[in-house]
Write a protein that binds this ligand. Structure first.
Ligand SMILES: Cc1cc2nc3c(=O)[nH]c(=O)nc-3n(C[C@H](O)[C@H](O)[C@H](O)COP(=O)(O)O)c2cc1C
Length: 192
């Protein structure tokens, strides 16, 4: 996968971070998770989200399930959504089939999402990009709902956010062909 400034000539990402295998069974019964789902904006700044949990967040959003399908449906099975993780140092692309993060940009893009103060307290920043057509936003909606349900099951807090500089983020990521940044989702352990 190759996007942004850090692609080599061979089209490889400059740095790869293998994710732990997500645990894809158990958790809260789905009806309970739906019943308890809510947005959470207050995060415990002292408690990072470990890689195992991050791997599971990414998997529920956009992973491959054991039936060889994505964890969400896509129109005509196009599977054309993109999911990034923003950190203060870099932007990482989630490569689901390989269960890994691939660094695509050595830049902090969190400020372009931080129109609300609480955003800066969140340890996990997901950025969803998709075709800005009839279905792209539906795919993002399916993914962020899965994250809400997983977060509810795990006791994490999360909120999906549209108050971002989507145009600047789209430009920074070098997205083309009608793809745009659609939404940002913060996740973290709730403030005690
Ligand atoms: C498409 C969309 C965009 C949203 N954008 C923001 C946002 O930018 N900032 C924010 O704090 N909440 C945002 N929210 C969360 C809503 O404010 C929240 O879902 C609503 O208040 C209902 O609360 P609940 O999720 O706890 O039921 C957004 C929700 C959706 C579905």
């Amino acid at each position: 996968m190759c996007m942004g400034m850090l692609c080599t000539d061979a089209g490889q990402a400059s740095e790869i971070k293998k994710l732990p295998t997500p645990v894809i069974s158990g958790g809260m019964p789905v009806m309970d998770a739906i019943n308890k789902r809510a947005s959470g904006r207050l995060y415990d700044k002292s408690r990072p989200v470990d890689d195992q949990t991050l791997s599971e967040i990414l998997w529920v959003a956009w992973g491959m399930n054991t039936g060889g399908k994505r964890t969400i449906a896509t129109a005509r099975n196009q599977q054309n959504m993109k999911l990034y993780v923003l950190t203060p140092e870099a932007v990482w692309f989630y490569n689901a089939p390989e269960n890994q993060l691939e660094k695509v940009l050595d830049k902090n893009l969190i400020p372009l999402t931080a129109t609300q103060e609480f955003v800066n307290d969140a340890p996990v920043h997901l950025l969803f990009a998709a075709k800005d057509d009839k279905w792209g936003r539906c795919h993002v909606g399916s993914a962020y709902q899965n994250v809400y349900l997983y977060a509810t099951s795990k006791g994490l807090a999360t909120v999906i956010r549209g108050l971002i500089d989507a145009e600047a983020l789209t430009k920074e990521l070098g997205l083309t062909d009608g793809e745009k940044v659609i939404a940002h989702q913060t996740v973290g352990w709730p403030e005690k």
